[in-house]
Ligand binder design. Sequence first.
Ligand code: UT7
Length: 332
Amino acid sequence: MVKAAITGLSHYLPDYILTNDEIATMVETNDEWITTRTGIKERHILKGEGKGSSALAIPAVRDVLEKTGTAPEEVECLICATSSPDYAAWPSTACVIADALNIRGAMCYDILSACTGFLYCLQQAQAFIKSGIYKKIIICSAEKCSSFMNPKDRTTLPLFGDGGAAALIEPSEEYGVEITKIHADGAGNDHLIHVCGGSFCPPSHEAIDKDLHYIFQDGKYVFKNAVTFMTSAVSEVMEEGHLTLDDIDWICTHQANKRIIESVREHCNAPEEKVICNIDHVGNTSSASIPIALHEAAQQGKLKKGDRILLAAFGSGFTWGSIYLTWADCKI
Ligand code: UT7
């Protein structure tokens, strides 16, 4: 049965590193609090004028095209997961990325599913591959989270970083996406929200005076729900596949908080060696966190052809899900 395989993967992190110590000069916090409560030591920030999230995905997509020997005209579809699009509405960040890389005529669109975005992309790519509509799909994540961080809010500023990632998805009879469980429930909307900038609250002096152009997060509530929903999605996948821990080589979850990652690991009874975690030096890069973590693990030689990987993510909406896949012959 044909599957959607990740045949190329890359990521990009901007040069500037924002350390916990530097954050402690901006808000009342310290390295010890941030490290023990989140596991984050530093995050990358995209600096400079006139650069949107696309600047983080373009290098990753270019790298994937080069490493897999794919010409821009071969790309049939480009899906970009982003919660920090270059423009509030038009054009899509996918179209900006495609233009920069001379990808012309492909179906290009954004997915706004917050931190679960890469899993949403994978499921959609799988549907296109299975239906036979497309055979070469680029999925990417572009997240300049720093553009909506309140520099005065110590409860969100330390958490998020900027980053991008990209994957080439192609059909394979052997390896690829095996099981997907993807969900959303808008009952969580108000708990992690970026109010100003869209049509509900267009930019105004009044909205900016109220800091509505920055994200708001009810951290404790989001934390509890992240653990509940990620572990339930993992259970769904494991039940459907009749999987035990022996069927899982690697667990890679959204990198939001080391303590959340730890809860998912405990839920699976997995040893620490099976968990892919890079939150210490990347922070929370929203939809880019899973592909960045996977690519770093692949670069470290951890991921081998045939490895069985369990992914899980959770984000604003709420959106959440889990995917079980087998690692293909992936160019990195
Ligand atoms: O990616 C989307 C999904 N996002 C997530 O999954 C994030 C989920 N939430 C979290 O990761 C955690 O809730 C946070 C890291 C945001 C906060 O950790 P917490 O253990 O839930 O802390 P808290 O919000 O309960 O705050 C504990 C204390 C408070 O002080 P009081 O009221 O006990 O006096 C906060 O004011 O820590 C204080 N605090 C800080 N102290 C020093 C909050 N932020 C900071 C800070 N530095 N940066």
